[in-house]
Ligand binder design. Sequence first.
Ligand code: SF4
Length: 471
Amino acid sequence: MNSILLDSNQYLLNKYDIYAFDYIEYPHKSFWSEKFGDKDYREGLKSLFLSEKNPPVVLYVHIPFCPQMCWFCVCHFNITHNYDRIKDYLTYLHSEIDMIRTFLNEHDITPNFKECHLGGGSPTYLEEKEFLELKAKLQTICSFDNLDEFTIEIDPRRVDQRRMHFYHEQGIDRISFGVQDFDLEVQKSINRIQPPHLIKNLLTPDIRKHFKSVNFDLLVGLPKQTRESVRRTIDQVIDIGPDRIALSFMHYSPKYAPHQKMMKKNDKLPDFRERKVLHEEAVQALVRSDYVRTGFEHFAKPTDDVAKAVKTKTVQYNSLGATSGRCSYLIGLGESSYGRIGERHYSQHLYEEGAYKERVSKGEFPIYRGHKLTQDDVIRRDVIHTLRSIFTLNCRDIEARYRIVFNDYFKDEEPILDEFLRDGMIEITDGVLIITELGKNFSNLVCRIFDRYCRTDQFPDDFFDAPTVAL
Ligand code: SF4
């Protein structure tokens, strides 16, 4: 495979074939503590709702069920064809919502939820009756009239036009499709067949006008992908014209998702260099069209809220991708969901169905792990997320915000910053650090320079499945 930017920089590919987190959160969740529990979570909720006046918050709800396994997937999902199992899960999810409502009432809090996101798994697996019951339960803690955005992740194989109209009637105004790749051979190799016409049929002009934003999730690093196939997929995507695109690398981590090995049974996965070339091919095709890059792996039409937020530098990156920056905080409900609860607390719910239900039955929040951020964490997260979102860091802003002298505070990072400077990955002028076009291919590694938990010398050799997972 040849590449526009990377071909003349083969030495960079060899030198920087190093794992970096995607920095959805900092510190990464593998450094969070399992000692973080119900009490800490409640403390976090209090700090979120009582220390700031009406902070805007995202409410995320996880529906962890799918009827068929996609072999690339690293989301938390359970495969089932037993709808009673889903209904049973929903009774516990409703109980968890009751627990939140009780907590809010006890502390006289009226939360300012501005966005609601139904994700999974496959939230479209819910029948209309269960959807309506869930929405009614959510209404006990969330005023839907107050929402700026109500999103659902759509599995195009499981919905029809009638269901799309139903979602619109229920107030959903933003939809996100798991597309991954339109090439049939690639789709076969990941056990997810969904020809483009499936999505086109769901996005007729009549339906499309009901949704203010349509997102496509695409993946790079799948078996059978070639530069040509990726180009074709991007051309088809541009033809349909979603408002936002998330173009992520597939995380290959069979240690945590053993079903991923199914992909390798017949096909070879692209290696580190091939992944970079494929990603760059897709990036170049998107920026040549009218899409604006809104972060390392995100793109949006210039009219979309996120593209506008890039201009005003208010764009924010979190577990829902690049967002318009309306909300910094997020409360998750359901198995495995994340929370960013105020400035100082992260949490994640339990993955395992039995453990989740047991904890909820006891009247405890089903927390698996979490983290209380130190002041140093807060400073470094700001640096990392700013670079991750807009590729530019005004060091003077950081100095003013945290009353530090940037060069003193990050003295240990200086040698590696110099290395990245020499390699043309970054530029620093008048206290402004900019990730160059070349460096954007490695922007997560630039972020990693500031990661206190994850210095290169701290990785055990087999901790990640490097190099195939490297970004
Ligand atoms: S990609 Fe979506 S539909 Fe496929 S297994 Fe994962 S969560 Fe389920």
